[in-house]
Design a protein around this ligand. Sequence first.
Ligand SMILES: NC(=O)C1=CN([C@@H]2O[C@H](COP(=O)(O)OP(=O)(O)OC[C@H]3O[C@@H](n4cnc5c(N)ncnc54)[C@H](O)[C@@H]3O)[C@@H](O)[C@H]2O)C=CC1
Ligand SMILES: O=C([O-])CC(=O)C(=O)O
Length: 274
Amino acid sequence: MRLGLIGFGNIAGTLLDLLSKTLDAPLAHLCVVTLPEFAAETEARLQAEFGAVAQDISVVGDAEALLAEKPDLVVECAGHGAVVAHVLPVLRAGTDVIMVSIGALSDAALEADLRAAASAGGARLVLPAGAVGGIDLLSALGAAGGLEVRYRGSKPPRAWTGTPAEAAVDLANLTEATTFFTGNAREAARDFPKNANVAATLALAGGGFEATRVELVADPAAPGNVHEYSVVSPLAKYSMRIENLPSAGNAKTSVSTVYSVLREIRNRIGPVAI
Ligand SMILES: NC(=O)C1=CN([C@@H]2O[C@H](COP(=O)(O)OP(=O)(O)OC[C@H]3O[C@@H](n4cnc5c(N)ncnc54)[C@H](O)[C@@H]3O)[C@@H](O)[C@H]2O)C=CC1
Ligand SMILES: O=C([O-])CC(=O)C(=O)O
């Protein structure tokens, strides 16, 4: 496989580590898109730590250069800001993208552009389950309509730094679980782009951005990044609670997100997909 990666932060580094430990054979090629200011550092780290993951590795600055490397599959793990510049052209060129910054689809115009780009290119935009689970069942039930989905995302206060939560609560001195956001999935995903992609995933799989109710909580006693949701549909009712280990490199991101991307890649390589 020729693999493209958009972004080289916490998810990308952990993913490459997992790939180097789990792939039967090295990738034929790895191409990483970084911001220009990180190009030299990225190249040095790739050579030092991940030289064995691919037969050949290149670092580029934009989607055009990435496409010139003819990737079979591209993983976006850079954040909402990278979606317009990089994901749209890759889809238009006919290359499938696994996109973790799912909350970017809370912008209705961008969602329409992504769907049109994938359609025009004959490519597929793959939205992985990420930090949450049960998306298979939710998406299946969604086809029958009549869904009621309620989601609550709780993380330790440090995971909410640099977000609008800072204006609502005193994160540093919080002594009990505090709900600082109540609204719908569109607002949550838009206002918390590094923390509420899960809300967008539930909305897209289930009842839509407006109908999916969201609560975001800073909890000093949270056992990790906790995702809880309940589903009521005419066909089934269920609830889910996931306590995720935060990444060592980014408290906002659960490590299981990376394993979810790994799963998507392995399902494309192996003879059986599950
Ligand atoms: N779907 C899900 O369940 C989840 C999705 N996410 C999404 O994944 C994103 C990445 O997560 P992490 O790797 O933990 O964050 P990170 O901040 O460690 O890494 C992001 C990297 O992308 C780079 N970057 C930013 N803009 C770029 C651009 N235009 N072109 C190239 N590189 C660019 C940054 O320099 C940084 O190195 C988060 O921002 C979030 O939106 C995170 C957790 C769960
Ligand atoms: O990784 C997580 O726990 C969830 C997350 O950040 C998101 O939904 O954006």
